[in-house]
Design a protein around this ligand. Structure first.
Ligand SMILES: *Cc1c(COP(=O)(O)O)cnc(C)c1O
Length: 465
């Protein structure tokens, strides 16, 4: 029986999970680990005989513990990851237990309708057109892929070419344009779509990494046919936002398609004092964001929104062009993403949105930005720290200057390594306009003023000695 031993297994698993979550505040955020130790403990040949699930889970949790990173905790400032909100975590557990296939409506009406309801909430919350189509993807990478597949469909359709049926061999050329600071996954999506990442005309950016409209205008004046233009809300280094209103004017004057990668930055639209950074966002043709970053939903949870439902649908639907969305028909979750069988990830998004409410989302995003400002101010109190960006949102770029002069790149990298080894907090390194910098991202729902102060003190300590 599937239920034999199940109550004990689930109870024990819940205890292990609870112990881990409780430890997040105090355990080293990451610790140096020899991967061979982990490999030896987990590895060896697969045994012929099976093992009781409870024993497997107990042993797995014990073995992997030193290799776990407290990225769900309050002082993880690496990349832009977010933590796990309790409602999303619990709904995600149930998603596994329910084991629904969010492919077709008939396979799980519950999964399909949860996606549909969450989709409408998201469009409203983010200020996007209410009738845009929505796909629940694995992450922003696949959301960018999906949006750009819809863009590819639309611009080639205008040129009289059916790309889904005929592919790209012999197709009219497409003018591809992206900001020079576009995220690597934009180029990866173009690579996977057969559009070629090196064929993209890259637009110069300003000192904060924002696309320059004058440079875009010059490039658009020289391209043939309607272009696909990729802009960004939320630069992974500076947290800056491309000027979308000006960009939208330029792109639409050329009858082009404007895509906005807002993997984390799109959430700034939920905060009145930050909304100005996204002025014009609703005029784009497609948008990408992640729920697993700033909304603090467990992985994998990306979102794609497309103004032209038909282009989105045509780009993602399987095969037959006569398979048109039935009037009054139920929304089929798989029509809006690349996968067929898939996890019912709408439940966790739904639960997190419902638990936070509109105000909770706004407060979460606003708080992270306020804490980023606090972190920048704390660090800047030390004359050996230079803050390189304007800190418009949740990202801080810091550079560490050696006392008495010397190689600031080497010193910055050394400080980053020391911070990572110290374990009080975690931040990563980057290269910003040719120089080494530390990148601090605040995106966790549990981070407090005290966490920021404690982390800033630990970082400053690592700049000395
Ligand atoms: C994180 C990020 C991505 C990639 O998102 P995944 O969810 O990791 O696939 C794309 N664009 C931007 C701006 C990002 O910050």
């Amino acid at each position: 029986m599937i239920t034999d031993g199940l109550p004990d297994l689930l109870t024990r698993t819940s205890e292990i999970a609870r112990a881990f979550l409780v430890s997040l505040d105090e355990r080293p955020v990451a610790r140096p680990l020899d991967p061979a130790t982990l490999r030896d403990a987990l590895g060896g040949p697969l045994a012929d005989e099976g093992t009781d699930p409870l024993a497997v889970v107990e042993s797995l949790a014990r073995i992997v513990d030193p290799g776990l990173v407290a990225s769900a905790g309050p002082r993880y400032f690496g990349f832009v990851v977010g933590g796990t909100h309790p409602a999303g975590l619990a709904a995600d557990w149930l998603t596994s237990a329910w084991d629904q296939n969010a492919c077709l409506f008939v396979m799980s009406p519950a999964a399909a309708v949860a996606e549909e309801v969450a989709a409408a909430w998201l469009l409203d919350l983010l200020g996007l057109p209410p009738d845009a189509s929505v796909g629940f993807t694995t992450g922003a990478t696949m959301a960018n892929f999906t949006a750009l597949a819809a863009a590819r469909h639309a611009v080639l359709e205008r040129a009289g070419w059916d790309v889904e049926a005929q592919g790209l061999t012999g197709a009219p050329p497409i003018a591809l344009v992206a900001g020079d600071e576009s995220h690597a996954t934009i180029f990866a999506a173009l690579q996977m779509l057969g559009l070629g990442r090196d064929r993209v005309r890259r637009i110069a950016v300003d000192e904060q990494g924002r696309m320059r409209p004058d440079a875009l205008a010059a490039v658009l004046a020289a391209v043939d046919g309607p272009p696909i233009v990729c802009a960004q809300s939320g630069n992974v280094n500076t947290g800056a936002f491309d000027p979308l209103a000006e960009i939208a004017d330029l792109v639409h004057a050329r009858d082009g398609w404007l895509h906005v990668d807002g993997a984390f930055g799109l959430w700034a639209a939920t905060v009145p004092r930050l909304r100005g950074h996204l002025a014009g966002v609703e005029r784009a043709d497609s948008w990408t964001t992640d729920a697993h970053k700033w909304l603090n939903v467990p992985y994998d949870s990306g979102l794609v929104f497309v103004r032209r439902r038909d282009a989105h649908r045509r780009a993602m639907t399987l095969g037959a062009p006569y398979y048109v969305e039935a009037v009054g028909g139920e929304r089929e979750p798989s029509n809006w993403v690349a996968e067929l069988s898939r996890r019912a990830r709408g439940f966790a998004v739904y639960a997190t949105l419902r638990s936070l409410g509109r105000r909770g989302v706004t407060e979460l995003v606003d708080r992270c930005c306020r804490l980023a400002r606090r972190m920048a101010d704390r660090l800047a109190e030390d004359e050996g720290v230079q803050i390189l960006n304007d800190v418009p949102s949740n990202q801080i770029l810091a550079r560490f200057l050696p006392a008495g002069g010397g190689d600031a790149d080497a010193h910055t990298r050394r400080v980053i390594r020391r911070v990572q080894e110290d374990g009080t907090c975690w931040l990563g390194g980057t290269t910003w306009r040719g120089i080494a910098a530390a990148r601090v991202s605040v995106s966790n729902w549990t981070t407090t003023d005290a966490d920021v102060d404690r982390a800033a003190a630990a970082i400053l300590c690592c700049t000395r000695g």
